[in-house]
Design a protein around this ligand. Structure first.
Ligand SMILES: Cc1cc2nc3c(=O)[nH]c(=O)nc-3n(C[C@H](O)[C@H](O)[C@H](O)COP(=O)(O)OP(=O)(O)OC[C@H]3O[C@@H](n4cnc5c(N)ncnc54)[C@H](O)[C@@H]3O)c2cc1C
Length: 417
């Protein structure tokens, strides 16, 4: 869709990732005219950032269960399974291929892809009856605006920033422009990190001809999901929302996360590759790096040096609030409220100002530790579409979700990413 085709929308969603697309799907399911919805995103197609990152790390199965997806009915993804390899384990975690096939169906047959405008939002401002957005695609106007701009930028430790400035070959696996292809046809690669992205990247590179791979990080620690499954049920979310102290809410959310952990099958895969001599796992933290004629020399906390042709960071996303410059501009120009941790202070319907909503990590002070994940996309869409808070969503059971307008709550036992 071109920006000039229609520049006054009912709903304008900034970001066409997992969160933006699921919200658009839910709005259409709730009876919104698709012609009144637009998604602004700089990438060539919907879900581009998701596809790029999951492909870069060599992910084969999602960490979350099959009932977490961007469609309507909790079981619709499971019904697309064709073979045993389409899912894994007791939570029926879908293969990435199955998840993407389903997600592409939602955005294409649901008309969401056609509602995209290619561009980058630079500033937002309230205007009579809605909001205006200045963007690289021109000025856009909307009655309701949603920030679905995804996670914060990839995290670059200070030593890695210094090494990059001095010309060392160093990339971040979650950086959209820095692909594994940048590593060329082979070489010796040090992968730095300790979580799913690091372990999966190291394992998948080690399986490619021509690569000699070292995984550098602390010993792998296992957890089934990346946040405690209790965050998918009503109890913790209700308790979060009853907590007036926003710093205490931050503490509750941080305590519910399991960063730097891997699933048992990924831990087994890494251990197997090490036992077969295809991968070396050096336990320790990187503390410095410098360019060498052959590429890079990485220094560990124990004083060991590892020489490689390139270094790949898999150190996750920065801990600062997501939303980048747009969030900063909204706070400084419009005086919108933020917590001491810099997150928007929003209503149960995730409204930050009249007609301005947030989703994803921007909504975590209301939705909790699972907010950035696929389960969080379902919760956020529920809250925005119905105007209700997440605990009302939890009162529904899958059997009562016949209306496509209603987001599916996940079985309480099912976990997040
Ligand atoms: C490797 C990996 C694996 C994961 N696996 C799982 C999993 O198994 N299960 C799970 O539940 N979660 C998982 N997650 C977490 C989460 O579900 C994903 O990060 C997901 O992509 C988040 O969706 P999003 O829409 O918030 O962000 P994104 O997918 O990043 O989409 C946001 C979009 O907004 C655009 N944007 C940003 N700023 C602007 C702007 N100013 N103007 C216009 N557009 C803008 C971005 O370019 C991007 O296209 C995983 C994350 C990663 C990185």
């Amino acid at each position: 869709m071109s920006a000039t085709a229609q520049n006054r929308h009912e709903w304008l969603i900034l970001g066409s990732g997992i969160h933006g697309c699921h919200l658009a799907h839910r709005l259409i399911g709730a009876g919104e005219d698709p012609a009144g919805i637009a998604l602004l995103d700089p990438h060539p197609r919907a879900l581009w950032a998701w596809e790029k990152r999951t492909d870069a790390v060599g992910m084969r199965y999602l960490r979350s269960p099959a009932v977490h997806h961007i469609g309507s009915d909790p079981y619709e993804l499971g019904r697309l399974r064709r073979s045993k390899s389409d899912h894994l384990g007791v939570y029926q975690r879908p293969s990435l291929a199955l998840f993407n096939r389903h997600a592409r169906g939602v955005v294409e047959t649901g008309g969401i892809e056609a509602r995209r405008i290619t561009g980058w939002a630079r500033r937002i401002a309230p205007e009579r009856g809605g909001w205006s957005v200045s963007s690289s695609a021109g000025a856009l106007r909307t009655r309701r605006l949603v920030l679905a701009t995804g996670p914060a930028a990839p995290s670059w430790p200070e030593w890695a920033q210094a090494a990059r400035r001095s010309g060392a070959p160093i990339h971040h696996i979650l950086e959209p422009r820095s692909e594994v292809e940048a590593l060329g046809d082979g070489g010796s690669i040090v992968v730095v990190g300790a979580g799913m992205s690091a372990a999966q990247t190291a394992f998948s590179l080690a399986g490619r001809d021509g690569f000699d791979v070292v995984l550098l990080g602390p010993p792998l620690s296992q957890a089934r999901f990346d946040s405690h499954p209790m965050w998918l049920g009503p109890t913790l979310v209700a308790s979060l929302r009853r907590t007036p102290d926003l710093s205490e809410r931050r503490r509750m959310i941080d305590a519910g996360r399991c960063p730097g952990t891997v699933t048992d099958e990924v831990a087994r895969a890494v251990a197997g590759a090490c036992a077969e001599g295809r991968l070396r796992h050096v336990h320790g933290r990187a503390v410095g790096a410098e360019p060498t004629p052959g590429g890079i020399s990485v220094e560990t906390e124990t004083g060991e040096s590892i020489d490689a042709s390139a270094l790949l960071l898999a150190t996750g996303f920065a801990r600062r609030p997501p939303g980048g410059g747009l969030l900063a501009q909204a706070v400084s120009d419009l005086g919108l409220p933020v917590s001491p941790c810099g997150r928007p202070v929003v209503s149960p319907a995730l409204e930050w100002a009249p007609g301005l909503h947030v989703t994803g990590g921007l909504a975590e002070l209301e939705i909790g530790a699972a907010a950035p994940n696929i389960a969080g996309a379902m919760r956020c869409a529920w809250a925005i579409v119905s105007g209700a808070g997440p605990d009302q969503a939890d009162e529904l059971t899958p059997a009562r979700q016949s209306s496509p307008a209603r987001p599916a709550p996940s079985p309480e036992a099912a976990g997040g990413r």
